[in-house]
Unconditional design. Structure first.
Length: 250
C-alpha cells in the first residue's frame, strides 16, 4: 500500500506507483504468469501484467478528502461525493477503484468496441467472493484506453481513498421510447459542462484518480461528466428492458 501522505504531491504518488509497478513486474508470480502466456502463444510482458495489476488494485491508503452522502444532482441520483475542505484546481481528491478489470485478450487486435464486447473480466483480489456480481458493471465502468477498462463496485464505497465511482454527473440525457434522445444532447453538454468540477484521469499509466478541474469549496459535491455515449447507452438498455416487459404482457 502507498502511504496517504504521498497523495499530497501528484509527482510523489506517480513516482511511488512507478516503483511499485517495477517491483510487481519483477515478482516471481508475474514472471511465471508472463512465461505461461508466452507458452500459450500470447505475447505480454511482465510490465504489462504489472500495469494491469495496479489498475485492478487499491494501492493508495490514507486519502481522506471526501465523504459520501445523498446527492444533490437531482431525482434518483442516489449517493454523491462531497469534499471536506477547500480543494484547489488539479488536486487529487480520491481514486477511481479497479474492483473489476475488463480487458481485451492479447493478440485480439485492439480497438475495443463497446463496453464488454469480447472482453475478459478479472476480479480484483481484494473483492470478496460474495460481492462479485456483474449487475452494476456497465453503470460503473470507466475505459482507461482502447483495450482496458475498470469497474468500481457501488457496494464497496466505504474507503474514502476510492470513491471516484460514486461521483455523479451534474446533468443527464432523457428520452423514452419514440422520443428522439438526440434532441437533448446539446442541452446536456451545456448543463454538464457548467456543473463539472472534477474529472477522472490516469496517472503514471497504471492508476486512475479523480482530480479537481477548478477550485472546489468545502462541502461542495463533486460532479464529473459521464459523456453522451454513456447516457445514450443507458437509455437503450432501459428501453430494451421496457420493450421486453411490454412483449411479455401482450
Amino acid at each position: 500500500m502507498l502511504a496517504g501522505q504521498s497523495v499530497n504531491s501528484e509527482a510523489e504518488l506517480c513516482s511511488a506507483l512507478r516503483d511499485l509497478r517495477a517491483r510487481v513486474a519483477a515478482s516471481p508470480v508475474v514472471v511465471d504468469n508472463a512465461a505461461a502466456h508466452s507458452a500459450a502463444g500470447y505475447h505480454v510482458s511482465t510490465d504489462e501484467l504489472a500495469r494491469e495489476s495496479l489498475f485492478c488494485a487499491r494501492a493508495v491508503s490514507g486519502l481522506c478528502k471526501v465523504r459520501v452522502g445523498s446527492s444533490g444532482a437531482g431525482d434518483n441520483a442516489g449517493v454523491g461525493v462531497y469534499v471536506l475542505d477547500d480543494v484547489h484546481e488539479g488536486e487529487i481528491v480520491t481514486c477511481y477503484p479497479g474492483d473489476v478489470l475488463t480487458c481485451l485478450p492479447p493478440l485480439s487486435g485492439g480497438g475495443g468496441g463497446a463496453y464488454g464486447q469480447h472482453r475478459v473480466t478479472i476480479w480484483g483480489t481484494h473483492v470478496p467472493p460474495e460481492l462479485r456480481s456483474v449487475t452494476f458493471m456497465e453503470d460503473y465502468a470507466l475505459n482507461v484506453d482502447d483495450t482496458l477498462g475498470i469497474v468500481g463496485l457501488p457496494t464497496m464505497s466505504d474507503d474514502m481513498a476510492y470513491v471516484g465511482h460514486m461521483a455523479n454527473d451534474g446533468a443527464a440525457i432523457g428520452g423514452l421510447g419514440g422520443i428522439d434522445a438526440r434532441l437533448t444532447v446539446p442541452a446536456y453538454v451545456r448543463a454538464t459542462d457548467a456543473r463539472r468540477n472534477a474529472a477522472h484521469t490516469t496517472i503514471a499509466d497504471c492508476h486512475t484518480v479523480t482530480k479537481a478541474t477548478r477550485p472546489i469549496a468545502a462541502g461542495e459535491e463533486l460532479f464529473v461528466t459521464y459523456g453522451t455515449s454513456y447516457w445514450l447507452s443507458k437509455l437503450r438498455r432501459r428501453n430494451d428492458r421496457i420493450g421486453l416487459t411490454i412483449s411479455s404482457i401482450l
